[in-house]
Design a protein around this ligand. Structure first.
Ligand code: SF4
Length: 458
């Protein structure tokens, strides 16, 4: 979400007449887009601002802006600690980036933090703004902002506000526009995508419409997947407590939707899940997973797991190991718990787990995850995979890297000259824990020329 915001800020500045600088030394404007979900976000920010201080002293016309969720959270503190910052803006007014820089140029430093996004402010949805994308064939589409949950470790609800879905028709129209622009793969973004549309139904009811109160994510998947030119649809992230059978069915029945589900587990202990306020049990998680696998053939499953959440006992952790072993994940992002200031978990200081025990647990979990990841990758050997080219392999310039529908990287030789965004068939010959090796069989499609859409800042 944060990276997508960055694309939008860059797009807005471009629409305002700026061009990308080759380095910070050449830049007239530097925007630091912060994300306080990352560890040490504040240290990194103030470190960068320290580096920029001398630059600004040498070139007083240079403008420095700080955006994102740390700006949302720390607002005045940033100006207090770093007086050379010109603009501070938050997550709800990304669309004002260019305007705020102009105001600061004329009137001096400005801090503008909005507490919420207005429902009727279509511009406030990142996807409604111009973007400067890194990729010509893949795009993110924000379907929802904010979150109505209250996971004890998470700062998102505090900095991104309550859940708000974007209009169904606007989303489908945006994806159709992207497809006309040469985009073939979209990733739908939201904090809790399964509940997409619930707030729209509530708003429609309040306005007097006779609509059923239900999420519309399954319909959205089907509609986006049916857009002419869209070959792949991905999404992140679903919430296990809201994942229903209709979404799995839509995934199975919509050819464009990839066979990959990222379903955050966080812990395998019901006690810890309850402390985290996750709203499901390990048994329910495994049931949801089993149903999804039964509905969607050849489904890859990845997850997030936090090790050492405050109060996690050895017994709790054993449950996590058991659930991870049973779930047989294709891969997992495993995190050592670290407190994010402003969250409930950050205040559970008395229950913080001994760091040595956490390191030990993390290592044991790694072994379990790697075992299933290796097995899942090995199971691909001998299969023909449809993959989309990402570019020259970072590990070996003689190889080309592509991504399969299951979101696995596959490297192959003989792809010289293939443009990113080309669709290829590859026979998988070898597998390691993190990637596949294969032989190029066929080029199925090459990227269409991208139609440039001129963007105009309002
Ligand atoms: S569902 Fe939980 S972890 Fe995800 S954004 Fe909302 S509060 Fe954070």
């Amino acid at each position: 979400m944060n990276e997508h915001d960055t694309e939008r800020i860059a797009g807005l500045l471009e629409a305002d007449g700026m061009t990308e600088a080759s380095s910070m030394d050449d830049a007239d404007v530097v925007v630091l887009n912060t994300c306080c979900i990352r560890e040490n976000a504040d240290n990194k920010l103030y470190g960068q601002l320290g580096n920029l201080k001398q630059m600004k002293a040498d070139r007083p016309d240079m403008q420095i802006a700080v955006a994102g969720c740390l700006a949302q959270k720390d607002r005045d503190l940033i100006r207090e600690k770093a007086g050379h910052v010109d603009v501070v803006f938050g997550t709800h007014n990304v669309h004002r980036a260019a305007e705020l820089l102009q105001v600061a140029r004329a009137e001096g430093p400005i801090v503008e933090i909005l507490e919420a996004t207005a429902r009727d402010d279509a511009e406030a949805f990142p996807s409604a703004l111009p973007a400067r994308r890194d990729s010509d064939h893949a795009a993110w589409v924000t379907i929802q902002i904010g979150c109505d949950n209250s996971c004890a470790f998470c700062i998102v609800p505090a900095v991104r506000g309550p859940e708000m879905s974007r209009s169904f028709d606007e989303l489908v129209a945006e994806v159709a526009e992207l497809a006309r622009d040469g985009i073939t793969e979209v990733t739908l973004l939201g904090q809790n995508v399964n509940s997409y549309g619930r707030d729209l139904a509530i708003a429609a009811r309040q306005a007097g419409d006779d609509v059923r109160l239900r999420p519309m994510f399954a319909e959205l998947l089907r509609a986006v997947g049916a857009v002419d030119g869209i070959r792949r649809v991905r999404y992140t992230s679903p919430h296990p407590k809201d994942m229903k059978g209709d979404v799995a069915l839509a995934m199975a029945e919509t050819d464009a939707v990839c066979e990959h589900l990222h379903l955050p587990l966080q812990s395998g202990s019901d006690r810890v899940l309850s402390l985290m306020h996750r709203g499901y049990t390990a048994e329910r998680y495994l049931r949801v997973l089993a149903e999804a696998r039964a509905t969607i053939p050849d489904l890859a499953v990845t997850t997030d797991i936090i090790v050492g959440f405050p109060g996690e006992t050895e017994d709790d952790f054993e449950r996590t190991l058991e659930v991870a072993a049973e779930a047989q994940f294709d891969s997992a992002y495993t995190f050592v718990f670290s407190p994010r200031p402003g969250t409930e978990a950050a205040d559970m200081v008395d229950d913080f787990v001994d760091p040595a025990a956490v390191v030990n647990r993390y290592e044991r979990l790694r072994v379990v995850i790697e075992r299933s990841a290796r097995a899942k990758h090995h199971a691909r050997i001998g299969r023909r995979e449809r993959a989309v080219v990402e570019g020259v392999s970072k590990r070996d310039a003689a190889m080309t890297t592509a991504r399969t529908r299951q979101n696995k990287l596959v490297h192959f030789a003989g792809g010289e000259g293939l443009k990113p965004g080309s669709y290829v068939d590859v026979d998988v010959t070898e597998a390691s824990m993190n990637y596949l090796l294969g032989e190029l069989v066929d080029v199925v499609a090459t990227p269409r020329r991208r139609r440039r859409i001129p963007v105009v800042a309002s």
